[in-house]
Design a protein around this ligand. Structure first.
Ligand code: GAL
Length: 421
């Protein structure tokens, strides 16, 4: 982060020295960098761009393919270093605060005040988009990471019920195997491994220890025997299909589920959006439940768009973008396609699908635990997230590595938040 900050500080200085350009008379399109490129993501982005167009703002697309935004984040960094930041970027979680630290994120305090975000959005969402007294991003929707999707047609045909515990999952896995169906979709892309792991971890350790591990990032907590159980479960899940695991895009894994080649998939609920974009129905074709052990828990990733400071000085238009995309009508239309749920509280959710209703209800319920995703940048910066994902990848790739060794490595790569700055 330090080297990165130095780089960007240089750039910020350069930006400050630029002559101010007068607001253009002709409306110019806003350049939007994002990673919404799968079928459902693309449709959701189109929905936003149409909504903006209907309100006089043209969206110029700068989409960078790659699940979890791995490539998009790199492209964004290089565009900033080249002095060409986009007007709008899909920046989420702690990545936001990194950029805000170096003055590259336009504060949206006026929009937030006008739209009464503090009153209308969930407090957890407001906390995420607020930093050092400023509001720094426009929220789009809330994803639930601890989601288990299953092929409803297969389950009905075989008389199976979705699992509520790992013991039930094991029985189901054997039954599916006996019918020639692989139990679980799997991909060895590090971010996908991390996505599965954090859900498993939450189920094994519960919200209190999860917060110590992921939010407080207490190194010593990683040596807890319950973490060992989660690592063993991860290894078991990866081996349950019996064949050599491989890296595949999450969309390919979702396709396997829809085709009935696999019975279940653990993935954020954007996979539900994707299945629906392919025409599948959550009533007839697939179903979703929470990952075993995570009832009443919401492991969230909140998608946001940040407005970046750049030489074009498009502040008024950028504020308009923030206002439009975070409005309830835009969010209802967008989230229905994307698989996530609106960031607004006190709304009528009867028009949402059953998975979305459960996600929204759990997020809204003060008695349930809302915990942030590490794999999707809600809890730690890019480098810590990557180090954790790589460590998990290595643990799975090397069958000789004992869980205790993986725990020691995880404890070493997790640095406490206070040590960061
Ligand atoms: C997440 C993002 C989701 C979805 C997913 C797969 O980081 O929050 O909206 O796009 O990556 O690419």
């Amino acid at each position: 982060m330090k080297v990165f900050a130095l780089f960007v500080l240089g750039l910020a200085g350069w930006l400050a020295g630029l002559p101010a350009v007068q607001a253009q008379a002709q409306p110019q399109p806003v350049d939007v960098l994002h990673w919404l490129t799968s079928a459902s993501e693309r449709r959701a982005a189109n929905q936003l761009s149409q909504y903006l167009a209907a309100n006089g703002v043209q969206w110029r697309d700068a989409a960078i393919p790659g699940g979890g935004g791995m490539a998009a984040v790199k492209v964004l960094k290089s565009r900033v270093l080249l002095g060409d930041p986009p007007d709008v970027a899909q920046l989420i979680g702690t990545t936001l605060t990194d950029w805000a630290d170096v003055g590259l994120v336009l504060p949206l305090n006026a929009v937030a005040a006008r739209q009464r975000w503090a009153q209308t959005l969930f407090p957890t969402v407001m906390e995420l988009v607020s930093y050092q007294g400023d509001v720094i991003a426009a929220p789009l929707g809330i994803h639930r990471i601890n989601t288990l999707l299953y092929n409803r047609r297969i389950f009905t045909r075989l008389g199976l019920a979705p699992p509520r515990s790992w013991a039930e999952f094991e029985i189901l896995a054997r039954k599916l195997q006996a019918s020639g169906i692989k139990p679980l979709a799997w991909s060895d892309e590090p971010w996908q491994i991390a996505t599965v792991f954090e859900s498993v971890l939450l189920g094994e350790v519960g919200p209190a220890l999860y917060r110590d591990l992921i939010v407080q990032r207490k190194s010593s907590a990683w040596l807890d025997p319950r973490v060992e159980r989660a690592l063993n479960r991860l290894r078991w899940l990866r081996a349950v299909n019996g064949d050599t695991p491989r890296e595949q895009p999450w969309t390919d894994a979702a396709r396997q589920l829809l085709l009935g080649n696999v019975g279940m998939m653990v993935m954020g609920d954007w996979a539900k959006g994707e299945l629906m974009a392919w025409g599948a129905s959550p009533v007839k074709d697939f179903g979703c439940v929470v990952v075993p052990g995570t009832e009443n828990m919401h492991l969230y990733s909140i998608d946001t768009l940040a407005m970046l400071v750049n030489a074009r000085h498009r502040e008024a238009t950028q504020e308009k973008v923030a206002e439009l995309v975070s409005s309830l009508p835009a969010q209802l239309a967008y989230n229905r396609i994307k698989g996530s749920v609106p960031t607004h509280r006190d709304i009528d959710i009867s028009s949402l699908d059953s998975c979305a209703r459960d996600s929204w209800d759990t997020f809204a319920d003060p008695r349930s635990a809302r915990v942030p995703s590490l794999a999707h940048r809600m809890a730690a910066d890019e480098s810590i997230k990557d180090a954790v994902a790589q460590t998990l990848w290595r643990f799975l790739a090397d069958a000789r590595m004992e869980p205790a060794e993986a725990q020691r490595r995880l404890a070493a790569v997790i640095r406490a938040p206070s040590a960061e700055r």
